[in-house]
Write a protein that binds this ligand. Structure first.
Ligand SMILES: Nc1ncnc2c1ncn2[C@@H]1O[C@H](COP(=O)(O)OP(=O)(O)OP(=O)(O)O)[C@@H](O)[C@H]1O
Length: 232
């Protein structure tokens, strides 16, 4: 996936300016930066939920232009329908055009993959926050994406639930799925990142291999941010 000179403005107010980046298959990319930097907007543009005001997002590689979406997104607060856990997954598969006969099997396989089959018949909305987020991850898995976007997936979770989601992220990674994720948890970023993208005031200040970023960021703003200085 490549972003070329992507800008996004609302009523003339620039929120993202001239973002250029390329995401290599199979990488785990952490998008970091202070509140309001433009991290969520960047993920939404990549996922196609928003259209750039200027510039373009292109998908490279074989089958890049096939109509079926090859990416999934998990949000801080999972969006669940008033249906069973299983039906939430089969519904997502139906939206992707998967045939009725295949949906249930594919949904059950995703739940089983993460040891969640006991949740299948429970109403999704009464599951705990941690269970709902694990269900959201299983739903994303069922879609068999090539890229998974995660927008602060653990922000509302305790350490145990956070650990469970990190394990699931690693399962996606082992399966070859590219991960693009925002987090404010620097421990988590260190545990998961292959590469870091740092945004500030709607601009991309650097895209740096993780080991180098955590040793010494290239930009002054990222250096200050990592030292815990207050940026705004
Ligand atoms: N639809 C919109 N209309 C106007 N402003 C918006 C809209 N969406 C986002 N913004 C603004 O764009 C800026 C970037 O928002 P974004 O949610 O991408 O930040 P973020 O880096 O994800 O922040 P946080 O870490 O707090 O989640 C913010 O100032 C936000 O208020």
């Amino acid at each position: 996936m490549r972003l070329e000179a992507v800008s996004f403005a609302v009523r003339g107010k620039p929120l993202l300016t001239d973002i250029g980046l390329e995401v290599t298959s199979g990488q785990r990319i952490m998008v970091l930066g202070p509140n309001g930097a433009g991290k969520s907007l960047t993920l939404r543009l990549c996922h196609g939920l928003l259209q750039p005001t200027k510039g373009r997002v292109t998908w490279l590689g074989a089958g890049a232009n096939t109509p079926r979406r090859r990416h999934a997104m998990v949000f801080q607060r999972p969006v669940m329908l008033r249906r069973s856990a299983l039906a939430n997954i089969t519904h997502a598969l139906a939206l992707q055009g998967i045939g009725r006969a295949q949906r249930k099997e594919q949904a059950l396989a995703a739940l089983r993959h993460f040891g969640l089959e006991a949740l299948a018949d429970r109403p999704a909305r009464v599951l705990s926050g941690g269970e709902q987020q694990r269900l959201a991850m299983a739903r994303a898995w069922a879609l068999r994406p090539e890229v998974l976007f995660l927008d602060e997936p653990c922000a509302a979770l305790d350490p145990g639930a956070t650990h469970a989601i990190e394990e699931m992220i690693q399962a996606f990674h082992r399966a070859g799925v590219t991960i693009v994720m925002t987090t404010h948890n620097m421990g988590q970023a260190r545990r998961l990142a292959d590469e870091v993208i740092f945004l500030h005031h709607g601009r991309l200040l650097e895209q740096t291999p993780a080991a180098e970023f955590f040793e010494q960021p290239r930009s002054e703003a990222a250096d200050a941010f990592m030292k815990g200085e207050l940026l705004w």
